[in-house]
Design a protein. Structure first.
Length: 239
């Protein structure tokens, strides 16, 4: 089996690239090796960015639109409805109760899964204190996970360092299907970048993560096909 044929639906490659053209070229290069992609604000805000997301789904890829919606309830409800009706597999909102309830209402019976962002993985406890939070990151994540479960979202985006506790809380709530999507995943020896709370792919999955978001270790590698294959191989160590 060639490296490009290796894939794992739990791996989400973040297309954190400056243009739709660059993202499309990378997707073509990765081929069957990656089946799920995250598209963030940089690409979504580009002309043709949302259309590109729809093109990926037409190619048979699953697409995570990382909007991180955060507005009054009516706006979030409308935006979530628009995204879901357009076709989207995963959609992010900020983990505030009013926002989460509005997104769930907007999504209605459509297939889009709502993910609530608990605490950004670029934030440390010191960063949270600077913003004005008195809680540590781990404690704030717990609070927001419980609220997310109460609001009926499908999962959360959370640091791999909190994944085990999130899984415990979800299991106790009778939600073994609760998604835990973890950015801040770095293969052994890779550059940490601006992430503060990180783990290796195998460690994140072993802790309870259902999906891993990986961007730079794939898209910045001279051979992204081989990089994705290495991550898939490392993920297999946790199964």
């Amino acid at each position: 089996m060639t490296q490009s044929a290796l894939s794992d639906a739990r791996l989400i490659v973040g297309l954190d690239l400056p243009s739709v053209e660059a993202a499309r070229a990378l997707v073509d290069r990765l081929g069957a090796g990656v089946t799920v992609y995250k598209i963030g604000l940089t690409l979504l805000a580009r002309p043709g960015g949302v259309a590109f997301a729809h093109d990926l789904r037409a190619m048979g890829k699953a697409v995570f639109q990382d909007w991180k919606l955060h507005d009054i309830g009516a706006q979030v409800e409308g935006a979530a409805r628009s995204v879901a009706e357009g076709g989207c597999d995963l959609l992010t909102v900020h983990a505030e109760p009013q926002v989460m309830r509005a997104a769930v209402k907007g999504r209605a019976g459509l297939a889009t899964k709502i993910l609530a962002v608990t605490v950004m993985t670029s934030l440390s406890d010191a960063d949270l204190a600077e913003i004005g939070y008195s809680a540590r990151a781990a404690d704030l994540v717990e609070t927001r996970v419980r609220q997310a479960l109460d609001c009926g979202v499908d999962g959360v985006v959370s640091s791999p360092l909190e994944a085990a506790r999130v899984r415990e809380i979800a299991t106790e709530a009778g939600r073994p299907d609760f998604l835990i999507v973890t950015p801040g995943v770095r293969p052994a020896g890779s550059d940490v970048g601006d992430q503060q709370r990180i783990a290796t792919p195998a460690a994140a999955l072993a802790a309870g993560a259902s999906h891993l978001v990986v961007a730079r270790p794939v898209i910045a590698d001279p051979d992204p096909v081989a990089a994705a294959a290495r991550i898939v191989a490392e993920m297999a160590l946790a199964t």
